[in-house]
Design a protein around this ligand. Structure first.
Ligand SMILES: [Zn+2]
Length: 166
């Protein structure tokens, strides 16, 4: 916020008397934080079920998502990485590196899988969108440069989506 305020003051105050190059340099040298986004997609099957409850209670709470024979979703994933622009590259993060990281840690693990049966992460964890987004965050966070901020949004349907951290 302070960066932004000082930049606005500088741009209004000095742009008239500065050359365009000096003005551009003054912007670049402010170390602005920028968010970069990578959108990905995976398909997976799941069943929402609490083994501590009766079949009736599971059916009542989870409805169609409690189908004993599982069902699939087309998950849309949006990974947001925030950080300062590296003056050497002009990047917050190399998008190829981010893309490879998401593929290796998330897509290879979950795409075309039965989350309950095929993945260690959900062997004992109900694969709700909420739990999936927290797991995905953890997998990416572990491999991401600690100086970068991370936020993950997961669409389970076009209208239902979750985000972590908030
Ligand atoms: Zn479902």
């Amino acid at each position: 916020m302070d960066n932004r305020i000082s930049w606005i003051k500088i741009s209004h105050h000095q742009v008239g008397s500065q050359s365009i190059v000096e003005f551009q340099n003054s912007i670049v040298n402010m170390n602005h934080k920028v968010a970069v986004f990578r959108k990905e997609h995976f398909n997976a099957a799941h069943r929402l079920h609490n083994p501590d409850w009766t079949e009736e209670k599971n059916q009542e709470v989870f409805g169609l998502c409690n189908n004993p024979h599982y069902h699939g979703h087309n998950y849309e994933l949006i990974v947001k990485v925030t950080g300062e622009i590296d003056p050497a590259t002009g990047y917050v993060m190399d998008m190829k590196v981010l893309s490879d990281l998401i593929r290796k840690e998330v897509l290879d693990r979950f795409d075309h899988k039965n989350l309950n049966l095929d993945t260690a992460a959900f062997a004992n964890l109900n694969p709700t969108a909420e739990n999936i987004v927290v797991v995905i965050y953890g997998l990416i966070r572990e491999k991401l440069d600690p100086k970068l901020e991370l936020q993950v949004r997961l669409y389970e349907t076009e209208r239902n989506f979750v985000e972590y951290p908030i």
